[in-house]
Design a protein around this ligand. Sequence first.
Ligand code: MN
Length: 297
Amino acid sequence: MNEPNPNPRTLIQVIPSVPTSDGAGVQLRRSIGSQRGLYLDPFLMLDEFYSDNPDDYLAGFPAHPHRGFETVTYMLDGHMRHEDHLGNRGDLGPGGVQWMTAAHGIIHSEMPQQTQGRMRGFQLWINLPAREKMKPAGYRDIPAGEIPQAGLPGSGTVKLIAGTLTVDGRSLSGPINGGEPRLSTDPLYADLHLPPGAEFATALAPGYNAFLYAYEGGAAVGPAGAEKPLPHRAAGVLSDGGAVRVVAGAQGARLLLLAARPIREPVVQYGPFVMNTREEIEQAVADYRDGRLAAAG
Ligand code: MN
């Protein structure tokens, strides 16, 4: 397809994913957030978990806290049950999303509900601005059936989890799509499935930070004739501009496309707490220790 988008963004940085583990030993690959300071404001972290070996995921993520940001879990294969201190519980199945706004504080567990088979998906952390870091916690479970999917001109499909996207003149709106105060970062979260050689282009809000993550295959990114390669299992940070253009490689590609309005505030992270100052981190640690983290949640 060829959309009349001026100024497609170029690929300015490739962040390979590196193997790591989290929770009680769950094996995963981390790109954004894999090194200190390797954020893409407001995106703090992107983890891909993908394994056919239950030993890699069975231990799950027993009860743990978060404060100061949002976590977005997108399952491709497998089942995960979450429970939090507010009494929320839900089963996250294939194609489903949990959008959790930790804000003031949440204590929850995320545990696999399978003893065999493939567990595959992503967890994305999106920062909150200072004025929203201490608001009450909340969450939404979004089953696969509530996530719109559209065919792309020519071939391929797009699923839209958050934000709006114009594809071939049609506007698509994701289930997470709101303004102040809940989503002041105005995130776009799309999942692109492109057959070999297929081209995808769409407008992106200028000034928003954006990246792609190729979780199957690889792709070329940028203006026609000036594409740069985005390898398999790497995050590709995009320059500023009004559009994005991707061409799938010879094996086709599945990619996440993420964009959001930057917050432009200091980021101080200590494990599952992300605040603006060291004092606020010390407060979060003390609040967790003393049972106050989730008190106002
Ligand atoms: Mn968590």
